[in-house]
Design a protein around this ligand. Structure first.
Ligand code: EAX
Length: 327
């Protein structure tokens, strides 16, 4: 059954409940994401569900669709646009395909640390990008978090960019990331996240890159031997709603969803912090070899052509403003 038919069936489920008995009058909304149950995203969905149920007196119930149950992130975002899915938390990986202005966020080494990234996304620049999202048949509820991305692989420890040479590294479906890894000498292989574990297991690809919360919740130690802590990209996540859901809400209800999104962001960020504190040890305990001392300047230099390509295509206005906001 294709993900669209699955989503359509699930949405029909939401509608049928409402018709079943006016007394119940409950609407069940699908909230999809690509990571495992109880991952950083899942904590956000659970907080969203709790807050929305409380504020709506049980009128709205969230049905978590974890681990790519409704398809990869790009599929789900398309589903939001046609109304077959109601809510998602997604990385910005595929978002640039729908909102090119958001691609700036995927430039490597753009954000200095979590504090700076959160401050920029919670501020005027973050709001401006949410407004751009709202112009593209999507509803941006809030900026959440995926985390700083690191490289794993099953071939060899990666100490320098030269060690990436010829490695087939899975990237998100994101032109900035593909350009960065290509420039660093790897063979970037764009792929939806739900396909990554099997592709690593079957050695179709050698490696991938993700934040610690994703590497741990996906148990990548089962298919990867090496981790290099490059922190090469701060990966935001975005909480999105479908316009067909949003346009049917009253102003009061829109306030409930906004509050629920705030609770979701706080829960996800807290889980990211916990995973950052304990995750590397967990990966080591499960047999991964970890390269911690990384020549970041060498990696910055190796991926810098991605900036040239980006600026040539999209200009440097927003880029300069994000850099200035961190000074
Ligand atoms: O958003 O595709 C990815 O590598 C993402 O980091 C993952 O789906 C979580």
């Amino acid at each position: 059954m294709t993900h669209f038919r699955r989503a359509a069936a699930a949405s029909a489920f939401a509608v049928s409940i409402a018709m079943a008995g006016t007394a119940m009058a409950q609407t069940v909304l699908n909230f999809a994401h690509s990571t495992a149950q109880n991952s950083h995203y899942s904590m956000g969905v659970q907080a969203f569900a709790k807050t929305l149920s409380e504020l709506s007196g049980g009128k709205y119930e969230i049905r978590e669709q974890a681990a790519g149950a409704l398809g990869g992130e790009r599929d789900v975002i398309e589903g939001l646009q046609i109304g077959s899915v109601e809510l998602t938390i997604s990385s910005t990986g595929p978002l640039g395909n729908f909102v090119p202005e958001a691609l700036v966020l995927d430039l490597p080494f753009l954000f200095k640390d979590y504090a700076n990234a959160r401050a920029v996304l919670d501020g005027a620049i973050g709001q401006e990008l949410l407004d751009k999202i709202n112009e593209n048949n999507l509803v941006g509820l809030a900026w959440s978090e995926n985390g700083f991305r690191h490289i794993t692989n099953s071939r060899q420890p990666i100490n320098t960019p030269a060690d990436l040479n010829g490695l087939k590294i899975r990237t998100m479906e994101n032109q900035v990331h593909m350009e960065a890894f290509r420039a660093a000498g790897a063979a970037p292989t764009p792929m939806a996240f739900p396909e990554v574990f099997a592709a690593l297991q079957q050695r179709v690809i050698d490696g991938q890159e993700n934040p610690i919360p994703v590497i741990t919740s996906a148990k990548f130690w089962e298919v990867q031997d090496n981790l290099t802590l490059t922190g090469h990209v701060y990966s935001p996540a975005i909480i999105l709603a479908s316009p067909s859901l949003w346009d049917g809400l009253s102003d009061e209800e829109k306030g409930w969803f906004a509050e629920a999104a705030k609770a979701a962001v706080a829960a996800t960020r807290a889980k990211v912090e916990a995973d950052e504190a304990n995750g590397v040890d967990l990966l080591r305990q499960n047999g991964m070899k970890v390269v911690e001392k990384v020549d970041l300047d060498a990696f910055r230099k190796a991926v810098s052509p991605a900036y040239d390509t980006f600026v040539a295509k999209y200009g440097d206005d927003m880029l300069k403003r994000i850099q200035a906001a961190q000074e």
